[in-house]
Design a protein around this ligand. Structure first.
Ligand SMILES: [Zn+2]
Length: 456
């Protein structure tokens, strides 16, 4: 499907605007810019959402940074009165779950895209996005991924967990998107990539590492000019290996359902996109160089499902010094809540295959809306422990049984031998300052690669 000319113009104008703001906005000008956008957003939210009208009653919206913060549970509990399009929760949830199950993402509600999210907070959530908001998102991503506009156009290969109707609409002479489902068998993706010859390769860090091996072994023949890591934290050693294999700089984009949060500059620093999202910090601790904090975010552009003074579940570390690139946008040193490990399972031939945390999250997400928190730990190759918090403990045995089956069926669908799944009630308490990892592996991979017996 071709993009409408007006869409392409809209993306291009976002692209130019984003670049100028990144370079020029600072100090009082930046604060004034955020204030103006936030006031517009708040006025709109109060007018179109009963939840926000009530939430901000008696508060001065000019002092929006002092407004009390809310969390994901507040948003989901009040979904129908929270969004500004008057979409009720039940039918929206039905559309989102059906799309995840069937992996066909074409259905919209009143012209809005509905998506299902697990986020890092463990609760099942829903997000609504308008077409304009999607185009803006694409413009923002592209302004950070494309080196500029060129006559013969760009080809962008994007690996995502789930498609949305956005990608299908983004195909024109100067910009072609090819979408790849994250769970397409690797060999198939490699063949598709070789045919498509992307200029820009976008995907989660763990997937990029697998592609790196394909490139080093000579099966993957692409020569992208940019490689972009999204959705997972890119460890320094992986970044170095990727840059070595593809011989190009590897950039990072930090985003979640609640919005686009940070992207890399030319120097490789991860800058908060202060013109897109206002980030206030609830400080946990700090030293001379950096601040460790829980971010409270306000998305300055999204209006369908407004994100205003919203407390995230991630812990971030913000640099106190500005980046040498000249932008005054603050730099993130680390995102501590998003380190997810890759689990491993055997295939029919005994080979080891990665199981991304994202797939595990999706299995939990689709299993039941009664799961309020979870922890999945792979202690050995053959046994995974799944701990659940439920809104009420009734029928736990039944739920545990159906969850085991869901794991087995899903993994078998990818040609994997399912491990033993041990489901238990109750998620152990975590240290609030510790890295929050809901999916993790606790045995060293080098044992597995050598084929040694693996024990806890
Ligand atoms: Zn920079």
């Amino acid at each position: 499907m071709s993009a409408r000319l007006s869409d392409v113009v809209r993306i291009a104008s976002c692209l130019t605007g984003a670049r100028l703001r990144f370079r020029l906005l600072r100090g009082r000008a930046l604060a004034a810019y955020q204030n103006a956008r936030a006031r517009r957003l708040l006025e709109f939210a109060v007018r179109h959402s009963p939840f926000h009208a009530q939430r901000f009653q008696g508060h001065d919206i000019n002092r929006w940074r002092q407004l009390p913060a809310i969390e994901k549970q507040d948003m989901m509990k009040n979904f129908s009165s929270y969004n500004t399009a008057g979409i009720p929760l039940e039918p929206a949830m039905k559309v989102a779950v059906e799309a995840e199950e069937s992996r066909v993402f074409t259905e919209t509600m009143s012209g809005l895209t509905v998506g299902l999210s697990s986020g890092t907070s463990g609760h099942r959530g829903i997000f609504l996005v308008s077409r304009l908001e999607q185009l803006r998102w694409a413009g923002e991503i592209l302004s950070r991924t494309l080196p500029g506009i060129r006559a013969k156009g760009w080809r962008v290969a994007m690996f995502m967990r789930s498609n949305s109707n956005l990608y299908a609409t983004l195909g024109s002479h100067w910009l072609r998107f090819q979408y790849f489902d994250l769970f397409t068998p690797l060999q198939e993706s490699v063949e598709k990539l070789n045919r498509f010859e992307p200029d820009v390769l976008v995907g989660p860090a763990s997937l990029l590492s697998l592609l790196r091996r394909e490139k080093t072994d000579g099966r993957l023949n692409i020569a992208p000019i940019r490689v972009i890591s999204v959705a997972e934290v890119l460890e320094p050693q992986d970044k170095e290996a990727l840059e070595g294999a593809f011989a190009v700089p590897v950039h990072q984009i930090y985003q979640c359902t609640e919005g686009l949060i940070a992207a890399c500059c030319e120097r490789g620093s991860l800058h908060i996109l202060e013109d897109v999202i206002a980030v206030d910090l609830e400080v946990l601790d700090q030293d001379e160089e950096s601040i460790r904090a829980v971010p409270v975010i306000t998305d300055l552009w999204r209006t369908t499902q407004p994100i205003i003074r919203y407390r995230m579940s991630d812990v971030i570390v913000v640099e106190k010094r500005p980046c040498g690139c000249g932008s005054a946008f603050r730099v993130l040193r680390a995102i501590e809540g998003r380190y997810d490990d890759v689990l491993f399972a055997r295939d029919a031939d005994g080979g080891l295959k990665p199981v991304f945390a994202d797939l595990v999250r999706r299995i939990l997400l689709l299993a039941s809306d009664r799961i309020t928190d979870y922890l999945v730990v792979q202690r050995t190759l053959s046994a995974w422990d799944v701990n659940l918090d439920l809104d009420s403990p009734e029928d736990f045995q039944m739920l545990a049984h159906s969850l085991e089956q869901r794991f087995q069926k899903t993994l078998a669908g990818y040609g994997l031998v399912a491990p033993e799944i041990n489901v238990a009630l109750g998620v152990p308490a975590r240290d609030p300052l510790a890295k929050k990892r809901r999916v993790r592996r606790t045995f060293p991979m080098n044992c597995v690669e050598k084929g040694d017996a693996v024990t806890a």
